[in-house]
Design a protein around this ligand. Sequence first.
Ligand code: NAP
Length: 335
Amino acid sequence: MWSRVYRSRAQMQRGLALAPRPPIPYDTNMQAIRVHQFGPTAVLKLETVPDLAPTASQILVRIHAVGVNPVETYIRSGNYGALPPLPYTPGTDAAGITADGHRVYLSGSLTGTYAEYALCEPRHVHPLPDNISFAQGAALNIPYATAYRALFLKARIAPGETVLIHGASGGVGLAAVQFAVAQGCRVIGTAGSDRGLALVRAQGAHQVLDHRQPDYLTGIAADVILEMLANHNLARDFAALANRGRIVIIGNRGSIEINPREIMRREAVVTGVLVFTATPAELAEMHTAIATGLTNGSLRPVIAHEFPLSAAPQAHEAVMQPGAAGKIVLVPQLQ
Ligand code: NAP
């Protein structure tokens, strides 16, 4: 049942060959969340599904924690540009143990991660250091890769620059705070709850702002703005942007009217990021940066809440609620 063929050259170079743990027996009654039709959270059903059978080039991973991302709610509801064929198992991010005992985090799979096991290709599997929990490992891929791509590959932040992170209390925002602090930037983070504001401050932000307050951006002149809800904020972001500043749009849930003159007169750059479009070279750079940050201690995912796998509907409700304070994860109830 188990495939041992997963040590690609690239993985070896990234140091996957950590001390393995004893193999874990495969549980034949695998449970997974299945979606048979797009719709509200109730379409997320816990079902028993057939065993996964890896080929020689695939890796079977026993999943210990699953990262829940907003995009999975858009897909589940049918409101996303690229939808999977039905039925499907949701999920991109997870952490667990490979067949021969290596702790890993996942950047995707062939079968979906809202499950007790997932089939992966070598490119999906990254080493998870011993001092990072499975829940933290499940919080790495989309949030940290997106934050890195926005800050370093798009905005090209430099030490000493001021970075305003809208929605700093969520999965992507906290990752961005940690990356930008480690880069020596002056970090301003926004949140919409007292708990979120305290968390952003504790992660090293130099200033925190409550995005529930009117005029909360008064007096800000940021070199870089990460926008987590562009349809809400973009028009007023320009007043908080320094000349030649850069705005990176990460999150957007609707339309907004802006005056292009605001871009012109600052010689600003407004760009976007979509983590799924990263090239293999960019992916390698992003995961190398994550590995470096986990090793030197500058990156530490924060978990807000753990739900059992069967509570995927509640997790989808929770990830769309205001008052974020870290990452929401699902935990399969492993035998
Ligand atoms: P999350 O964990 O649910 O966090 C959402 C964040 O948005 C929270 O910090 C929340 O703050 C904040 N927010 C709410 N209202 C806001 C407002 N008016 N102004 C500024 N921020 C506000 O979600 P996430 O995983 O961090 O993702 C954030 C967004 O980026 C989502 O829309 C997601 O779909 C998108 N995303 C895009 C990519 C990409 O490749 N483009 C990748 C990952 C995520 P409070 O709850 O404290 O109010």
